[in-house]
Design a protein around this ligand. Structure first.
Ligand SMILES: Nc1ncnc2c1ncn2[C@@H]1O[C@H](COP(=O)(O)OP(=O)(O)OP(=O)(O)O)[C@@H](O)[C@H]1O
Ligand SMILES: Nc1ncnc2c1ncn2[C@@H]1O[C@H](COP(=O)(O)OP(=O)(O)OP(=O)(O)O)[C@@H](O)[C@H]1O
Ligand SMILES: [Mg+2]
Ligand SMILES: [Mg+2]
Lengths: 248, 248
């Protein structure tokens, strides 16, 4: 029975999408069947896998026009694509009763088909992220070891707590990992110490290093293992996948 | 009479805030009086200058509770701070007639006091960015030379065009600059060629290189020139400030 994990951080550009793709691909290579769900109106996850403006998209499903369309990306890795019209969904569903539960209902029939379902969230704490948190059992937070990254984390915790109380008692933040790590930088001590004091064992040992191949792979619509298997990016996400499996 | 320039890109983490602070500081050091306006509910600009939860903030002004509170940060550099409650403003002003013009009206009395007014936008194209575009004469777009960065740019152009037609005939994208540039990466040719074919002379010659001091300076609440004047970050933003001045 699949774990549903929301990958979220309202800070932009921290590597949510890059992690959804490459953690998913890393797990798929270890035999775990993964579904990646794109709930970002910017549709970066879909674009990075070469899927542009696929109809129907998750937008149609959220609007009640049908179930989730699942595309096969590669052996053991699947995608529910997004398109730009997702940007309107917050307005369009503003008056809808139970609008936070729509994604949960849509994912219900798929849960037994996958080992992991990753939901790639937008850089905001609006209705789409709320749907992700209401549907998920776990939240992973990718973040940079930088001062600004720490400033926002309290708000994210507050939302998870609110959702836990009102909408989804099962939700919990179970993983935090550092991304775009540059060994030459003195790892911001304040960030690392704050993370470990707040989150202890939830902080993954694996840090994803800054690696240009990770930024190039989307050009080719490929995950890092297909694009540059010998890269640090492939090594690190492989290591993170192993660590994720060890926690189940 | 001040130029009002919105610094915008709905892609997260591209360096909008870092550029608002350091371009502002660079211009201030060349004798230009600059105002930085934080319209991001994440309030990174304010936090990076050591201003946390300042009351009143721009939120209060947007809600009609008074004029803009202007704080002096240093000689020739000023700040209108934001706080987290800005996150509610989109909902709260949803029914307000002329809600796109509020920032423009608030900035009107300040325009003659400054040479440059930079508005630091959030990573979204909602009401706050719309207010920034309605108030501004110019838009600068910081972006990374990466595939995903180019994917989103069309949408940003579409919004500027819509605002130009309906709300503010003066608005135009006048500047694009590459941020977090890593010389070791093959500059994504597709990105550079697309940028130059679409935007020609609007693309600044100066590229801001990836420099750890730029990520550390916010810890101390300092701009890059105060924090590490000999760094590449200081050099690049100084160069960008010069290029901005040469265009006036
Ligand atoms: N470890 C890394 N090394 C190098 N580049 C990276 C790394 N992780 C991500 N990137 C690049 O940084 C940019 C931002 O990453 P990404 O889009 O995954 O972040 P995000 O959190 O999903 O952003 P958004 O908030 O916009 O959804 C992308 O261009 C991506 O290719
Ligand atoms: N040239 C650079 N070199 C190194 N680090 C940088 C550079 N520019 C920005 N950063 C760091 O990258 C992160 C993102 O930058 P910043 O917050 O300025 O982007 P942003 O576009 O304002 O993000 P958001 O979309 O969340 O508002 C910050 O932690 C910042 O310190
Ligand atoms: Mg993303
Ligand atoms: Mg910012």
């Amino acid at each position: 029975m699949g774990k549903i994990i929301a990958i979220s951080n309202h800070k932009g550009g921290v590597g949510k999408t890059t992690s959804a793709i490459n953690l998913g691909a890393g797990l798929a290579r270890k035999g775990k069947k993964c579904l990646l769900v794109d709930v970002d109106p910017q549709a970066n996850l879909s674009q990075s896998l070469g899927v542009f403006d696929h109809q129907p998209s998750i937008y149609n499903a959220l609007k009640g026009e049908g179930g989730l369309e699942v595309l096969k990306v590669q052996k053991k890795m699947y995608l529910v694509p997004a398109t730009g019209d997702l940007g309107g969904v917050e307005q369009e569903l503003a008056a809808e009763a139970g609008r936070e539960f729509i994604l949960k209902e849509l994912l219900q029939p798929l849960m037994d088909d996958f080992d992991y379902i990753f939901i790639d969230c937008p850089p905001s704490l609006g209705l789409l992220t709320i749907n992700a948190f209401t549907a998920a059992q776990e939240v992973y937070i990718p973040m940079q070891a930088q001062y600004l990254a720490m400033q926002g984390i309290g708000k994210l915790l507050g939302l998870v707590e609110k959702i836990q109380k009102r909408l989804n008692p099962d939700i919990a933040i179970t993983g935090i990992f550092i991304t775009q790590f540059d060994r030459r930088k003195v790892l911001n001590r304040y960030v690392l110490e704050t993370l470990e004091s707040h989150f202890g064992d939830k902080v993954f040992k694996t840090r994803i290093r800054n690696n240009v191949s990770l930024a190039e792979a989307p050009n080719e619509g490929l995950d890092i293992f297909s694009y540059h298997p010998a890269s640090n990016g492939a090594f690190d996400y492989g290591k993170l996948a192993k660590e994720v499996i060890s926690r189940s």
